[in-house]
Every structure is written in C-alpha cells, then in structure tokens.
Ligand binder design. Sequence first.
Ligand code: 6LW
Length: 505
Amino acid sequence: MANPRPTSGAVVNPVVPGFHPDPSVCRVGEDYYLVCSSFEYFPGVPIFHSRDLVHWRQIGNVLDRPSQLVLPLDSPSSAGIYAPTLRYHDGLFHLIVTNVSGYGNLLVTATDPAGPWSEPIRLPGVPDIDPDLAWDSAGVCWCTCAGVRQVRFDPTTGEAIGEPRHLWAGTPGSRYPEAPHLYRIGEHWYLLIAEGGTERGHAVSIARGPAPTGPFEPCPANPILTHRGVDHPVQNTGHADLVQAPDGSWWMVLLGVRPGGGTPGWHVLGREVFLAPVTWADGWPVVGSPDLALPAPGWPLHPVPPAPTRDDFDDERLQPCWVSLRDRPAELCTTGERPGWLTLRARGGSMDARDAVFVGRRQQHHRCRAATLVDPAEGSGGLVVRLDERHHYEVEVGDGQVRVVARMSTVRTVVASRPAPPGPVVLRVEITTPPPVDPGSGPDVVTLGVEEPDGTFTALAALDGRYLSTEVAGGFTGRVIGVYAATGTVHFDWFDYEPLDPADA
Ligand code: 6LW
C-alpha cells in the first residue's frame, strides 16, 4: 500500500507522522500542546505545539534530564515511558506518566511547556499505568488509571488520599480497559477509555456519570470508534483524547497505524497521531473516521515550516527530534569535541546491545532517504534503521570495509561487504514502497549503500522491510533512523533525512 498523502486544503492524517503513540492533548487559549510516549528513548515524552490542531511542531521533550528519566541500561525495548496525560490547571502545565522500567508513575509541572519541567514527584499511590488527571469544581484532583481505577490525589505532593476505587471494567467481552481520560463537558462527567489492546482489535469507548467518581453509565453505541474488521488504510485506532477546535467544534486525537504490503499488512512507522471529528447526539460523542484526508476545517490554518533536510551538527545541543537509547552521557555523545561534527564513542558494541551508542530520529514517511558523512578513522560505525535490538538494518564502515548487516530476530548476517572509499564516507539508506507483486509482498524495501568519491550511489543490499515492522518484532515503538558507533570513536559531519514524495515535503 503506497499510503498516498492527500493535500489541497484538507486535513492530512496522520497529523503527527511516525512513532508518536498515546497522544494526549491540551488547549490553553489559542495554543494546543500534544505529548506522546517514548519508551526506551532519551529524552522522553516529545511535546508539540499547534495553533490549529492540524500542523504540529516539536518544541522540546518533557523529560530531558537524567534526574527526570531513569532508564536502566538493561531495560527492554518498549519498556520505559508509557502513555502521558497533559493538563493545564491553575497556571501550571501538569504531565503525569508511567516509567515502567522501575521508577513507576511520576508527575512533572512547568509554566512553559517548552520547558524546563520540574523534577519528578513519584506517585506510589497510583495503582496502574496510563494515569490521567482531572480537577472537579471544588479543586479536588482525581487520578484515573488503567483498570479502570481512580484515586483522589494531591498533585502538589503526589500523595494519594484514600484507597483506589474501581470505576469501570469497559465493555463486557472486551479486554484491557486502559488509557482513561476524564472530562467535565456540559452537565456530565465523561470517562473515555481505550480497550481491546493496541493491535487490530483496538477501540475507544466512553461512559458518563454525574460526578468524577461516577457512577458511570456506558454509551449504548460503544465502541464509539474502532477499525477492527474494517478494510481501512488506518488500523489499530484507539488511545484517544478529546479537544475543542478554535471554532468550538469537538475533535479527537488518537493513535492509529498505516499497514502496508500484502496480507496481513505490516506497519513500520509505529503508532501515529490522527485527528477525527466528533459530533454529539443525545449527550454522547459520535466519532467520524480518522481518514487520511479530512475536509478543510472551518478555522484558519497555521502551517509550520518543513524541517530542514540536513542537520549539520553545528549547534551545541542536538535538536529535540534526536533521541538516544536509554541515556545520553556527554562522554559518549558530544557535538563539541570536533566542532561541527557529532562524535560517538562506542560502549556496548553493535546495535544488538541494549547499551548501544546510537543517536537517531523517527522515520516519519513511508518513502524517504537518509544519509550521513561518517569519519571512522578511530573505530567503526554507520547508519542504521532500528526497530529494536533484535530488528535493525545497518550500513557500517570500519577497518577499510563497508558492510551491510541485517539483524532479524535470532538471525544476524552480513549481507554485503566491499572495500571502503578512502577518507570520510557518505552512507545512505533509501526506503521505497513498490506496489505489492503478490499477496505476501512486504511493506517496503530498505536499500542500503555507499556514495562513491564521484557522488554516485552504490546500493549494496535491498532488504524486505517487514522484518523491521511491529507485526514481526512486536512491541510498542516504530522505526528510528540514525547513526551509531560500534567500536572506538566515530565522527559524523552531517545527517540528511528527507521524504521522497513531494506531497510529504
Ligand atoms: C499504553 C496503553 C496503550 O500504556 O499502549 O495503545 C500502551 N495503548 O494505553 C503503551 O503505549
């Protein structure tokens, strides 16, 4: 499936492409802010700003210091940071989130959502993942989490007041009631949840009651959104948050995936952020389909400039889109040591290691190209497309050789190798989506290679992308493309990332 991106005045879904799951959105006046899960990547919880709900620009990461984000070097992929909720109350932004890698639930606050955010308060009294915050008219704060359970809560100390109460088990016969968000809208309190699991059975359901504590009456039309069993290019739809647009209309942000290839379809970009229209009938929300193109909205649009293709690594700090694995100690990753270059010093060896030294950015387009100029004078390293430790393809230079390595579950193999051109070398990866030639075709083709001294590209291998998909690898993340050091010290002068479809640029 080529996943064309329609344009011309329409809302183009996903509004935040690439691995950005579990969206939570918050409106303050004319400004919207949106956060997502980040799992094993550091910094954690990317935060975006928009004036129109359609165009989003990353303004930072909420958990950007080691004191806020503890990710043990041996913690598994798809552990770490799950499902934040972002809310604004009394002049302060509140972000509540779970670090499943041992730290538990935590709360941070900020006056400016671009940061800095406070040191975290730990929340031992919150009994499960996916915490939400809501304040009632008396100023009492309620924390609701997966299960669905709720506890009264003091957001200034993190202390739970009393015991958690069970609120709702979700739809009978469904599973995993989670991702709750609680809102006062009109005369009712609404309890929005996800259920069915985050794969093809994913769904959004809702209940309402007279108070934040319930009792809650399920919507007769539950689930109010699901794409299970439906032939729609957007699948796994769920984990939603409600928001009002500038014109007062209601919308939902939610996660969905875009599977490609033949049967059963593989999604490679992770769970992405979609927008869906919401209307109301009998006091219940009616959710329209999060189609790839929605009609142009009735309020002014505020497009954001496209991200530059090249990062020259000239800034002292990396741009907020760059992530590393579990930590980013200055002695392993620096932009200062060789001015204008990113220097990586190997620690754990190859990309198979949980403590691999890797800096990357999310793959956000099905068809794209990435390249880097690498000087491997004192080591070996290269350019990698990563799903997790057990699923990645890389083109690497070192010891006078250029190699393409594929890691697919238990299989690790050198697919191609040849002598390296002299001096710093440009490594390149191109990801394309040829039409499926048979029902078993993969979602895309990942071509890895090297540029010759005259600038021509030599492809060394073209690999089936399904092995870097969530359907094969499992987990909650998506692809991240970046650079790494396998041995010694490796320098990168620049990194290019560009979509190959003009409509995406
Ligand atoms: C998250 C849960 C979910 O905690 O996936 O899709 C989990 N929904 O709500 C991890 O992202």
